[in-house]
Design a protein around this ligand. Structure first.
Ligand SMILES: Nc1ncnc2c1ncn2[C@@H]1O[C@H](COP(=O)(O)OP(=O)(O)OP(=O)(O)O)[C@@H](O)[C@H]1O
Length: 345
């Protein structure tokens, strides 16, 4: 029986989330791509296991969906340690964090997603906890307030951030290992897709895998999501057979173009070209033009567009490259960023 049939739940969103969770690799050896991070991390973990001590705190930075949560779960599994999950926005007050820290078991892995969004008082409490495995519980208010030190069990913090630049230096410096996660290559995404297809009981021909991988924005989460949409399309419109044609047709239907750009990516590019003549334009102005938060444009769309060589970040703002004009079917002006002096692309 395919994995997915085991996971049917009445709530469609829950179902998709359950499938995503079930597709997560469970051990480092199953984790595809990110070769350097994998090797560095395996040394950190192996060293700690040999010494019988919790490893150094680990910070992971990278775009959404590259596998940070998956890697945190793998760290706990490789160490044979329990895992506690939290996130920056949930840690509004120091007390929220103290409640977690004071109940950690020895060697437990504490994962804080979006760690850059943690409130300041919680962040300060974390400094002491990371360094001395201690928290100061403040009792009372005003001049009579006293701090009662409380020892906590040695633990490993795994922090994840999409915006490493926003982490204050004192916090960043307390991590013994920083893993920079990059976008995946199309070949790595094909491997992710074959693995997921096998778990979902889908037969995935190589040319279909290539088509989906190419359009997955370098991101495993997107690859898995597109695979599920292609499977739906193939089941409903093509008698269940997944092929390059059904993959391309499904992805066109879901407005994922041949380079993997989705609606937001194209909206950002379109605004940059049509409203601002190719830029330079500031991030917030661009975000208003597409009706999104600046953070969404900066974290979700921009890193991929920069990597694809479609936009450039300059000190004066975001600029469309000659390739961006071509991508939207327009001729680049001779002055376009990256255009050759003769006016060609
Ligand atoms: N290296 C990998 N090999 C196979 N599958 C992967 C890999 N990395 C991620 N995935 C898949 O991609 C999905 C998203 O991964 P995950 O939730 O860990 O990303 P994330 O970086 O934590 O994202 P976010 O920061 O948005 O939470 C998971 O369901 C997992 O199945």
């Amino acid at each position: 029986m395919s994995l997915e049939r085991d996971l049917v739940s009445p709530d469609a969103d829950g179902d998709e989330r359950a499938i995503e969770a079930a597709l997560r690799p469970k051990r480092l050896s199953e984790f595809i791509g990110q070769g350097r991070v994998r090797e560095q991390l395996s040394l950190v973990l192996e060293g700690a296991l040999r010494r019988g001590r919790p490893p150094d705190h680990v910070l992971m930075s990278g775009a959404p969906g590259l596998g940070k949560t998956t890697l945190a779960m793998i760290i706990a599994a490789e160490l044979g340690a329990p895992l506690r999950l939290s996130s920056g926005p949930a840690l509004e007050r120091a007390g929220d964090l103290a409640a977690i820290l004071s109940t950690l078991a020895e060697g437990e892995v504490l994962f804080i997603d979006e760690i850059h969004r943690m409130a300041r008082p919680a962040e300060e409490m974390l400094y002491l906890a990371m360094e001395d495995f201690r928290v100061d519980i403040v009792v009372g208010k005003g001049p009579g307030a006293t701090a009662i030190p409380l020892d906590i069990a040695p633990f490993t913090l795994v922090g994840a951030t999409t915006r490493a630049g926003l982490l204050p230096a004192p916090l960043r410096d307390r991590f013994g290992f920083v893993a920079h996660m990059d976008f995946y290559t199309p070949e790595e995404l094909e491997q992710v897709l074959y693995r997921s297809a096998r778990l979902l009981g889908v037969t995935l021909p190589p040319d279909a895998a290539r088509e989906i991988a190419r359009r997955s924005r370098g991101t495993p989460r997107i690859a898995n999501r597109l695979l599920r949409r292609v499977r739906d399309f193939s089941e409903v419109r093509a008698g269940g057979e997944v092929s390059r044609e059904t993959a391309a047709a499904a992805l066109n239907l879901y407005e994922v173009d041949a380079e993997g750009l989705d609606r937001l990516d194209r909206a950002v590019l379109g605004a940059l070209l049509h409203k601002f003549g190719g830029g330079p334009v500031g991030l917030s102005t661009l975000a208003v033009a597409v009706g999104e938060e600046p953070e969404t444009v900066e974290v979700v769309a921009e890193p991929f567009l920069v990597r694809q060589g479609l936009i450039a970040r300059t000190p004066r703002g975001r600029v469309a490259t000659a390739a961006a004009w071509t991508h939207l079917g327009l001729s680049p002006p001779p002055t376009a960023f990256g255009a050759s002096p003769g006016g060609g692309v």
